[in-house]
Design a protein around this ligand. Structure first.
Ligand code: DC
Length: 237
């Protein structure tokens, strides 16, 4: 199956499986996967580790001054794309509940968004990219050829995130996880700068009752329909 060099934007609510979906599509169809949420998490960790988030309050002037010195970048290792801060891999440090509970306010700051957007554009030069986040199809890549908006029932999303945390040895309570994701949905959708919203030309993927395989088949159908590709040599599923 020959897919042209396009950008695929995947947006949606927290814990709808955007990164799992985007990684799977990247692998199957040969795209570079970029996780924009990881960048916001990296900035949040940076603020926390440097005393700019004491008591949950972000010291915006200090962060603004320090941000240009932060070197966040992705490195591919085997099948994975990992976030680095300088030479330190911070992939697991950015996935804790502490970071999750602070990342929405940090990502609501306009100068943080501008800094992240600049980097995302630099990382994706050359096309054939699939990127997930909250504002990829609306702000970062408004001209993306394919836009997907993901959603799922909050209880199902909370259960998935909870299982993920437990599997990583970071147990928390299901109620806390549900509360955190509902709070993030609210802040992400109501912030002033680049709020989470569905692009008018986005295809909605509600995966409440879908398996990963069904999501992949859905994507194949979308690409075939959009680009008129009826033959799929090499794809065996
Ligand atoms: O996808 P995630 O849960 O790792 O994202 C972490 C946070 O980053 C999320 O609560 C909102 C923010 N975010 C954003 O504002 N814009 C993006 N493009 C991606 C993430």
């Amino acid at each position: 199956m020959t897919i042209p060099d396009i950008t695929i934007a995947v947006d949606g609510f927290s814990s709808t499986g955007k990164s799992t979906f985007a990684k799977m599509v990247a692998k199957e169809f040969g795209f570079l996967y970029l996780d924009s949420g990881a960048m916001y998490r990296g900035v949040t960790l940076f603020a926390m580790e440097n005393g700019m988030a004491e008591g949950g309050k972000i010291d915006e002037p200090a962060l603004k001054e320090a941000l240009p010195g932060l070197d966040l970048h992705f490195q591919r290792e085997d099948d994975k794309t990992l976030l680095y801060s300088g030479s330190r891999c911070i992939e697991s440090l950015i996935r804790t509940m502490e970071v999750s509970s602070l990342v929405s306010p940090v990502s609501a700051i306009a100068f943080v968004r501008a800094w992240v957007d600049d980097r995302l554009h630099a990382f994706s030069k050359g096309g054939r990219v699939i990127m997930d986040g909250r504002d990829i199809g609306t702000t970062v890549f408004p001209n993306a050829e394919v836009k997907i908006f993901m959603t799922a029932a909050p209880e199902v999303r909370a259960q998935r995130r909870y299982d993920e945390l437990v599997a990583k040895g970071q147990p928390s309570s299901l109620e806390e996880v549900l509360k955190n994701l509902q709070e993030r949905d609210y802040i992400d959708s109501h912030r002033e700068t680049s709020p989470l919203r569905q692009a008018e030309d986005a295809f909605v993927l509600d995966n409440t009752h879908m398996t990963l395989h069904e999501e992949l088949v859905w994507m194949l159908g979308l690409l075939q329909g959009k680009f008129g590709l009826l033959e799929t040599p090499g794809i065996t599923w």
